[in-house]
Write a protein that binds this ligand. Structure first.
Ligand SMILES: *[C@@H]1O[C@H](CO)[C@@H](O)[C@H](O)[C@H]1NC(C)=O
Ligand SMILES: *[C@@H]1O[C@H](CO)[C@@H](O)[C@H](O)[C@H]1NC(C)=O
Length: 550
């Protein structure tokens, strides 16, 4: 009897397993078909943008704008350049490109000049040595730009939310305090989609941020303002944030470096939106985006919560020959689009470079479970409770307004909010109704993927992996490619550090790139590889410029 019962349980467990697999396989294909239909329906509207007159940024004719932050700080310390000169150069550049890319939400240009003069005065009188200054204030006199969702005292901090009384922050977030302590000078806050809830940058307060390489395309999101400023040489280092690729997709679309650090390396205090779910801190990070890979380590050290852990390993010299290199070209999921051939070729070019120039073999990896990346990462993101959203009733993010009413308002053109924010509520309610069994299945798959990565990467492995399936696209195209964001989002749900690296431009003149993924705490490895990729492919490249506008 007992035997029969346990056999029955086994059989049932097996059936249930298969049933979930079959259902999942069905849903994968259903999602693909729905997204294809959506893409097809949207095609004519989306591509109308191609007929808009394209504007270009003016050429960069100031040397200062082409120096890394590390180099700027060095020259400022040595009094070869004044901080005032550097800050003024960036202000001028911001003004000339912003009319074209529309990235700035709020600025403190006048205050920044005052700060810069203080730095120059301090340097005239300080008795500290150059080395001491570098150790204590590695960013001394260098302008820094910040995503609007990160609180900077006195600056707009509404995250693109259309509200009667826009929020002006009365405090500095932890990261900004650290930037200031390191001598950095915040210059401005830049555009994000409403509540950072999209992979493109549009909100009803500032509008759309355009891509400097083709101003009829999106800069990506949610850190789109920052990426567009970096790419057009109107910023050199940026403070951004990442919940599902927000610091990596814009970096890819705009051809700069974006780093999503190991969870909890960097304080997320002072970010809007925030969340009180205990899993939030493993999903969400604040991190740097930079134009020159040299600045990644410096920025990470500046931003790290040094009281929580020892950041000294970030400085460790890394030998490329000690790193085990792996690559994967796709997730092999039926839900996602095929990765663009030029991105695949970029990965292949890097593999050849490593073999011929360094004698290092890049091995093919095959984590089969990556085909679940879309389901796991999107469900896990939607499982987070207490995210600060447009549905918040009072001050408690867990008390929601009626989703139904907001949807009705939206479809009758009476909502002040953007589509992704409305959609979040609907999807969240849907995910909340899913049975516990399904959620457990998802969590198990996620843990399995995490385990596979831990086993593969170990102490010294990195994985080269696409960051997305295409280069920059037209606004709204993200909806038909929404499954493809799992190429980035999976590393939020398994909590690994990633550096998005540029590989130069494709045949349309748009930046392409790929991600370098490391194990927990191995940010210094992904950054060391980013530096090699910059050496091999030239890193950031100047966007096309229009001589007539000078
Ligand atoms: C808009 O971008 C496309 C590239 O996708 C380009 O071919 C086109 O010329 C641009 N539009 C204009 C009017 O320049
Ligand atoms: C905000 O929405 C209104 C109404 O739809 C529209 O007229 C206006 O142009 C929008 N503003 C921006 C900056 O997108």
């Amino acid at each position: 009897m007992e035997l029969a019962l346990s056999l029955l349980t086994l059989l049932y467990a097996d059936l249930r397993f298969n049933y979930e697999e079959i259902l999942d396989a069905f849903f994968k294909r259903l999602i693909r078909v729905l997204l294809l239909i959506l893409g097809f329906l949207m095609y004519p509207f989306v591509h109308l943008r191609a007929f808009k007159k394209q504007k270009k940024c003016p050429p960069i004719n100031n040397e200062i704008l082409l120096l890394s932050a590390t180099e700027l700080a060095r020259r400022i310390r040595r009094k070869e350049l004044s901080s005032e000169q550097v800050v003024m150069s960036y202000i001028k550049r911001c003004k000339e490109v912003n009319v074209i890319i529309n990235a700035i939400v709020d600025e403190r240009f006048d205050d920044a000049i005052v700060d810069a003069r203080k730095v120059d005065k301090f340097l005239l009188t300080t008795i500290k040595s150059e080395i001491e200054l570098n150790n204590e204030m590695p960013l001394l006199g260098v302008p820094v730009t910040v995503k609007e969702s990160i609180a900077v005292k006195g600056m707009s901090h509404s995250s693109g939310l259309k509200i009667k009384n826009p929020i002006i922050s009365d405090f500095d977030s932890d990261v900004i305090l650290r930037v200031k302590k390191a001598g950095g000078i915040p210059l401005l806050v830049s555009n994000t989609p409403e509540m950072c809830m999209c992979w493109e940058t549009y909100n009803n307060v500032t509008g759309t941020t355009w891509n400097p390489y083709n101003t009829n395309k999106t800069a990506g999101g949610s850190s789109g303002g920052e990426a567009a400023l970096l790419a057009s040489a109107a910023s050199v280092v940026s403070i951004s944030s990442d919940i599902g690729g927000s610091a990596r997709l814009p970096a890819l679309f705009c051809g700069v470096f974006g780093h999503k650090p190991t969870p909890e390396y960097i304080s997320t205090h002072g970010h809007m939106p925030t969340c009180d779910d205990s899993s939030w801190s493993s999903f969400f990070s604040i991190g740097p985006m930079v134009r020159y890979s040299e600045d990644l380590t410096m920025m990470l050290k500046v931003l790290c919560q040094s009281d929580k852990f020892d950041a000294s390993h970030l400085d460790q010299k890394v030998e490329l020959s000690d790193i085990k290199f792996y690559y994967m070209e796709s997730d092999k999921s039926p839900s996602t689009n095929t990765v663009d051939i030029e991105i695949i070729n970029g990965i292949q070019r890097f593999i050849k470079h490593m073999e011929s120039a360094r004698g290092i073999k890049v091995q093919k990896a095959d984590i089969k479970e990556m085909k679940y990346a879309f389901e796991t990462s999107s469900s896990m993101l939607l499982q987070l409770n207490g995210v600060d959203t447009i549905y918040k009733k009072g001050s408690n993010p867990r008390e929601w307004k009626s989703v139904f009413l907001e949807v009705i308002k939206y479809i009758s053109f009476m909502s002040p909010h953007t589509f992704p924010n409305i959609a979040y509520g609907v999807l969240k309610k849907f995910v909340d109704t899913l049975p516990d069994g399904y959620n457990k299945w998802i969590n198990d798959k996620n843990n399995l993927i995490k385990k596979r990565f831990q086993d593969l990467l170990g102490e010294n492995g990195v994985l080269i992996y696409p960051g997305f399936t295409t280069a920059a696209h037209y606004p709204y195209e993200i909806y038909s490619k929404v499954a493809d964001v799992s190429y980035m989002m999976i590393f939020n749900s398994i909590g690994l550090p990633v550096t998005q690296c540029p590989l130069g431009l494709n045949k349309d003149g748009l930046p392409i790139g790929f991600q370098v993924v490391g194990n927990v705490g191995k940010d210094h490895l992904t950054i060391a590889v980013a530096r090699e990729i910059e050496r091999a492919f030239g890193g950031w490249q100047e966007p096309p410029s229009d001589l007539k506008t000078v």
